[in-house]
Design a protein around this ligand. Structure first.
Ligand SMILES: [Fe+2]
Ligand SMILES: [Fe+2]
Length: 303
């Protein structure tokens, strides 16, 4: 698109970080002990990632051919590297969740695989618009997770909480890339507009499907306590993520205008002090504020 001009992104660099987590072998699918539905919905989101994120990487790799700006090409490489790290770590965690009491997620994965195969046959413009739309929503997820971290992750598994928040920090770090790639390669408004719905609701839908499959397998689907948890959870999600999606629909939208949360910036700055080969320090989910972890107190991976 002739009118596209690269603008500096909100972070200095898109950093590729190893997802150095050693998940415990007995990782409980109900990792938020006070809320079954929240655990299962987030597990549903996690199950989508090894299908969604390789799709984003492939789409971005193809889009590079349509982009000239060397700064944007650098960003696109950073995006692909981060997303590849994300889905590999989600896959590790998902295998443990399935082994430890959520085998029903296998059937959801079969559906996801078929769905992304169908999506892969769409035009590059449609796939890139989907990617840009999804990424606008994830920026809202970062804000939701950080702002509501005490409610969402308080007293939860520190491994699951630390992994999700690290993933979302990186989502915000590369929040401009899919949008820029779309604007540079195509730029038309309406496909991008529909991409916000397509990219967001496709993933949210499969996440919800995962939750329903797990509630059903546990014979929890008809319990009123679970219904209440789901209503409260979706109300919180809509209140926190909805505004990001609405803003993304505007013709002059630019994700640079969504300010990065301070907690995310502190996490990025803190991480820079982590020595090579160290495990990611886990969040203290019992702390009333769940602060950014202390990156100076590190443990090294075995072997
Ligand atoms: Fe990701
Ligand atoms: Fe992303």
């Amino acid at each position: 698109m002739a009118s596209y001009e690269y603008q500096p992104k909100c972070v200095d660099e898109i950093v590729l970080r190893p997802f150095a987590f050693e998940f415990p072998d007995d990782l409980d699918p109900i990792w938020a002990p006070d809320n079954v539905s929240r655990s299962l919905l987030f597990n549903g989101f996690s199950i989508t990632m090894p299908y969604l994120e390789p799709f984003l990487v492939k789409t971005m790799r193809e889009a590079i051919e349509h982009v000239d700006d060397p700064n944007l090409i650098d960003d696109m490489r950073g995006f692909m590297g981060q997303e590849a790290n994300h889905y590999r770590c989600h896959r590790r965690m998902n295998e443990l969740l399935k082994q430890n009491g959520a085998p029903e997620l296998d059937a959801v994965e079969t559906k996801l695989k078929a769905s992304y195969e169908r999506l892969s046959t769409r035009s590059l413009r449609a796939r890139l618009a989907y990617s840009a739309g999804f990424e606008c929503m994830t920026n809202g997820f970062t804000t939701w997770f950080i702002r509501k971290r005490r409610a969402l992750f308080g007293n939860a598994s520190p491994h699951v909480a630390s992994f999700w928040l690290m993933h979302m920090v990186e989502e915000t770090e590369h929040k401009t890339v899919a949008f820029d790639a779309y604007m540079s390669a195509f730029g038309d408004f309406w496909p991008r507009f529909f991409g916000v719905f397509h990219g967001s609701f496709h993933v949210l839908g499969y996440g919800a499907l995962g939750m329903v499959a797990s509630l059903k397998a546990r014979r929890e689907l008809r319990r009123s306590a679970r219904a209440l948890e789901v209503v409260r959870l979706f109300a919180s999600m809509i209140a926190n993520v909805g505004p990001f999606m609405l803003r993304a629909l505007a013709p002059g939208h630019n994700p640079r205008r969504d300010e990065d949360p301070q907690w995310m910036r502190d996490w990025v700055a803190g991480y820079a002090a982590l020595p090579d080969g160290a495990l990611i320090p886990l969040l203290d989910t019992a702390h009333p504020d769940i602060p950014v972890p202390d990156f100076d107190r590190v443990e090294f991976a075995h072997g």
